[in-house]
Design a protein around this ligand. Structure first.
Ligand code: ADP
Length: 461
């Protein structure tokens, strides 16, 4: 059953993910609409859409992309059938999804009720607990006072981690090793959460030492069918943010992999999940896995899963929103066994950050931009070209380089080769740092945990 064939899709986002979505739409014969802020008027992404419209004339660079009513009004005026939110900005905002649904525009993602249940980290832990999926020991309640902070932290036992219920991108998160730092960090996490998400609910859980971050890609249609597209290892992190991701997570056992993937299905089934989503877990040094959160949206690192499964996740999102079942001819996933990953894929996030200066974002004009390519290399770029201005307004992701090969070692050789071909002058980038990580013995063995970068200062040389 097809509910609606989209003729026009608006992407409520910018940069590389906007281009990624335009490409998926074009291949499906759908017309594309970009929105862009004042600060983005010279950005490449807006020229890649069939139509583009300025938004947030009197708003800030970020606020422009957060203005729900203005975005929906443009969509209505321009005859848009559906909106894809990308990642970040409004992608996890149930109010945006609800308002789209209300005016008859399809929101390409789970519906707002599912988002509400899973978007909040406290709520989603409760969902996991209700279906017997292990979560990190903690108190599944927002901390309401300093006294409660002390009480909950004592209950968990130090070290603990303070986390924002609405969190994302590592913001509103603080590790506390001793009680003496608790109150200061509690207020600091609360302030950061308020600024970043407008909601300052903080909760406390046990801090797991040196875990691996393993996550599972999910696709669900509107008829109750859910499959997973296997796992990704996203343990290479800096300040709780991912830097390099790969699949499969070959250092974990087959049994662990199956348990994690099955638990991801359990959680999403519990809420009748639809569209694409990612279920994230931490794996401790003893092989125990714990659910941490669901991201009800496309993720930056979806590319590695696409490379090994051959499934276009963004096209699948659009087709699911149109009403196609997973086993329809268009999507073509008859059952779980039909998802057969092949080979290894690695993604690196090339950013305009200076690794020698504590990864401070750099800005300026790119004087030279020569790209890397070749067999087994995929580039998802946003704003990289000779003459491009790198502004301070947005995140510093310049291009994602994803490699595919039949072995992990070959995939890493390919991505290093592509990084070396990539010549960028005029702004600093993290390329030398990425190459150091990719050449590291521990990385090649797939053994890294989330502590890898801080424990290896030679990576910065
Ligand atoms: P965000 O939504 O801000 O990205 P997540 O909950 O996904 O936050 O966590 C991001 C990263 O923070 C994890 O991959 C992990 O490295 C670290 N982290 C989160 N919770 C814990 C914990 N309880 N113990 C240790 N590390 C944690």
């Amino acid at each position: 059953m097809i509910k609606k064939k989209f003729k026009k899709v608006l992407v409520a986002n910018r940069g590389e993910i906007a281009i990624r979505i335009f490409r998926a739409c074009s291949e499906l014969g759908i017309r594309t609409v970009a929105i862009y802020s004042n600060e983005d008027k010279n950005s490449l992404f807006r020229t890649k859409a069939d139509e583009s419209y300025l938004i947030g004339k009197n708003k800030g660079a970020i606020e422009a992309y957060l203005n729900i009513d203005e975005i929906i009004n443009i969509a209505l005026k321009k005859g848009v059938d559906a909106i894809h939110p990308g990642y970040g900005f409004l992608s996890e905002n149930p109010e945006f999804a609800r308002k789209c649904e209300k005016v008859g525009i399809e929101f390409i993602g789970p519906n707002h009720n599912i988002m509400k249940k899973l978007g909040d980290k406290i709520q989603s832990k409760l969902v996991a607990n209700s279906v017997g999926v292990p979560t990190i020991p903690g108190i599944e309640k927002a901390v309401l006072s300093e006294e409660e902070a002390i009480e909950y932290a004592d209950y968990c036992g130090y070290p603990i981690i303070l986390k924002a219920a609405a969190g994302g991108g590592g913001r509103g998160m603080r590790v506390v090793k001793e009680e003496k730092d608790l109150i200061k960090e509690y207020h600091s996490a609360k302030n950061e959460a308020k600024k970043a998400f407008g909601i300052d609910d903080i909760f406390i859980e046990k801090y797991i030492e040196k875990p691996k971050h393993i996550e599972v890609q999910i696709l669900g249609d509107k008829y109750g069918n859910i499959v997973h597209l296997h796992e990704r290892d996203c343990s290479i992190q800096r300040r709780h943010q991912k830097v390099i991701e790969f699949t499969p997570a070959f250092s974990i056992t087959e049994e662990q992999r199956q348990r994690i993937c099955n638990d991801a299905i359990k959680i999403t089934k519990a809420v009748n999940y639809t569209n694409a989503g990612t279920v994230e877990f931490l794996l401790d040094a003893y092989g125990n896995h714990y659910f941490i959160e669901v991201n009800p949206r496309i993720q930056v690192e979806h590319t590695v899963t696409e490379m090994v499964t051959g499934i276009d996740i963004v096209q699948s999102q659009i087709l699911i929103a149109e009403g196609y079942a997973l086993d329809s001819e268009k999507i073509g996933i008859k059952n779980q066994e039909d998802v057969k990953p092949r080979g290894y894929a690695i993604q690196c996030r090339v950013t305009t950050e200076d690794p020698l200066n504590n990864f401070a974002p750099d800005t300026g004009i790119i004087d030279i931009y020569r790209t890397g390519s070749g067999f087994g290399i995929r580039l998802d770029g946003g704003n990289g070209f000779t003459g491009a201005a790198i502004s301070p307004y947005y995140d510093s992701l310049l291009v994602k380089i994803t490699s595919w090969s039949r072995s992990f070692e070959d995939a890493s050789k390919k991505v290093i080769r592509a990084l070396r071909e990539l010549k960028i002058r005029g702004v600093k980038t993290n390329i030398p740092f990425l190459i150091n990580v990719l050449n590291h013995k521990e990385f090649l063995e797939g053994k890294c945990d989330t502590g890898f970068i801080v424990e290896n200062p030679e990576l910065f040389d």
